[in-house]
Design a protein around this ligand. Structure first.
Ligand SMILES: Cc1cc2nc3c(=O)[nH]c(=O)nc-3n(C[C@H](O)[C@H](O)[C@H](O)COP(=O)(O)O)c2cc1C
Length: 328
């Protein structure tokens, strides 16, 4: 079984990827999307989106510091520009390229990128094929799609287009663009797609707990999953799933308590503070954002957030976070 960490613009950046993969359970990360129009980006743009590609960073290229591979995600509708940028990412050492056919954002869809392409399976096929041909064979190309734009009627056709275009696997967020992020996720719609495709299908959407994982696996017939918001809320969810399904032994699993999580938030603070290019004023909001996501799992986060939201200074924010673990 494989568990992937979902790309989430503004949430799963390199800091979150570092922390979540250090907690464990994840086999692969995908970066937030890099939007390709008609130009070949310079190297610095790739490094900004995927700092793990930068050889000046201490970890192995295109891996998190815990050694988990990171794929760069591209979003766009021009096959040539997508192919050129994919080839460049591969030449910089990207462990793989993921293509986004699921983003619901208006700005992206107006320019025919993301989920809007799901109306045109032929264009999806061309995009996957041109990227596949531009990237060395040993570098995987994957794609992430939703069930459809307004409705799921083209789900199978789009999935087949991705597979026939040469993708190594496909992740399906089991909702249409119209569904947005409203529950439920229609996991059962993935089963016939998995049956029809020769490549692995990775299920995504609404997995918040081990119980959700088990139900998703039963309904979708997919063993592999991608976790998004559930990983922000319960950072050891991937570990819990692997432990409860017998993939991890007792010695390798210890529940993540609040004091442990505070250590990871300290790490987030240190990583952000060490980055001289990052403006100080971004640090406190970022800490607050994650504490807010943690509220459903940790009562301490709920109490902490009431005080934390009044604070602007990053040092005061981290002090308050540290105090919350001492009082528990
Ligand atoms: C804030 C946010 C940003 C996202 N950004 C991306 C993105 O850059 N690329 C992408 O393919 N999906 C993106 N997604 C979709 C997620 O990868 C995932 O498919 C979706 O959240 C459903 O999974 P979940 O229910 O486990 O969160 C984003 C989702 C959220 C909530």
């Amino acid at each position: 079984m494989k568990i992937l960490l979902a790309p989430m613009d503004g949430l799963t950046d390199s800091y979150a990827r570092d922390i979540l993969t250090s907690i464990g359970g994840f086999d692969l990360c995908v970066t937030e999307f890099l939007r390709v129009t008609d130009t070949l980006f310079p190297q610095r743009v790739f490094y900004r989106r995927c700092p793990e590609l930068n050889p000046e960073e201490p970890q192995a290229i295109s891996h998190t510091p815990s050694g988990i591979p990171v794929f760069l995600q591209l979003l766009g509708s021009d096959p040539q520009a997508m192919a050129e940028n994919a080839a460049k990412a591969a030449s910089l050492g990207s462990q793989g390229i993921d293509l986004n056919f699921g983003c619901p954002a208006k700005t992206v869809n107006r320019r025919e990128g993301g989920a809007s392409l799901l109306k045109y399976p032929e264009r999806i096929y061309q995009l996957v094929q041109s990227v596949r041909q531009a990237v060395p064979e040993q570098i995987p190309v994957s794609a992430k799609m939703r069930l459809g734009y307004d409705d799921p009627s083209l789900a199978m056709e789009n999935a087949l287009a991705i597979a026939n275009g040469g993708a190594n696997w496909i992740t399906i967020h089991a909702r249409t663009k119209l569904d947005g992020y409203r529950p439920p996720a229609y996991w059962e719609t993935l089963a016939p797609v998995r049956e029809a495709l020769a490549i692995p299908v990775i299920a995504n959407g609404e997995i918040w707990s081990v119980e959700d994982y088990l139900l998703c696996r039963e309904r979708s017939q997919c063993e592999d999953v991608m976790l998004g918001r559930g990983a922000m809320v319960t950072p050891d969810l991937a570990l819990q799933i692997k432990y409860q399904t017998g993939q991890l032994s007792h010695e390798h699993y210890k529940p993540l308590n609040w004091a442990d999580m505070v250590k990871h938030l300290e790490q987030l603070y240190l990583l952000m503070s060490a980055n001289t290019a990052l403006k100080e004023r971004y640090i406190a909001p970022r800490l607050k954002l994650w504490v807010k996501w943690l509220m459903p799992t940790y009562t301490q986060a709920e109490e902490l957030f009431i005080e934390l939201k009044k604070i602007r200074d990053a040092r005061d924010a981290i002090k308050l976070i540290q105090e919350s673990s001492r009082s528990c």
